[in-house]
Write a protein that binds this ligand. Structure first.
Ligand code: SF4
Length: 211
């Protein structure tokens, strides 16, 4: 990776970790993808059941396969037919650990997500005994307005494209607040602090991950 970008990611990544910890999340900085995987695995016990939020970040880190190989029961709805995916999403809500990424994190330590179904936002909020959110430093933004902007011009259009939705943003690359039946943006969540009863970990990675 470009050394200037690496240095920049480290500067803003560590700043965000400090802000997240002030907001009662348990945040740490991982310098590389390999360190991020180590940090994730350190937080998971052999007998833990795992709910997987649909995430390109976790896909790039190959976490689902690693946990399956280690013998953890993994609830992953990706690629399943709708009725089956619905049941698996419900199982994620009571898993021991919920693993996900998020759409953006602000410099003052707020986590912002837009969901279509809502299972990620629900599981991040309450249910699983432990939550682990992994984000590349490319998802760091200045504030909530920038988070919404990032979601509108990057995260949501690219996710709609990945999910092969017939939405205007797949053609234009930019959100137009559509009313398509295939819209993937049903709700927005801003986590100002870690939910009060939750064991909520955040790993900020000094590399670009997901979108
Ligand atoms: S609201 Fe519609 S146009 Fe905007 S990002 Fe979501 S799916 Fe795309």
């Amino acid at each position: 990776m470009n050394t200037l970008l690496k240095h920049h990611y480290e500067l803003i990544g560590k700043k965000v970790v400090e802000a997240l910890n002030k907001n009662r999340f348990k945040a740490e900085y991982a310098d590389s993808k390999a360190e991020a995987v180590e940090a994730i695995l350190r937080l998971i016990k052999a007998q833990d059941t795992i709910g997987m939020g649909g995430s390109m970040t976790l896909h790039e880190l190959n976490v689902c396969k690693l946990l399956g190989d280690m013998g953890n029961k993994v609830f992953d709805h990706q690629g399943l037919p709708p009725a089956e995916a619905y049941l698996v999403r419900r199982q994620q809500l009571t898993a021991d650990v919920f693993l996900a990424s998020s759409n953006a994190v602000t410099l003052d330590g707020k986590i912002v997500n837009v969901d279509g179904v809502g299972n990620r936002v629900a599981a991040l909020t309450f249910g699983p005994k432990r939550v682990i959110v992994v984000m590349g430093a490319n998802k760091i933004v200045k504030d909530e307005n920038d988070a919404r902007r990032r979601i509108e011009i990057t995260a949501a259009p690219m996710n709609a494209d990945r999910l092969k939705r017939k939405t205007p943003c797949v053609l234009s690359g930019v959100c137009s607040d559509c009313n398509s039946p295939e819209r993937i943006c049903s709700l927005t969540s801003i986590m100002h602090r870690a939910p009060s009863t939750s064991d909520f970990h955040v790993i900020i990675v000094g590399e670009a991950l997901g979108y």
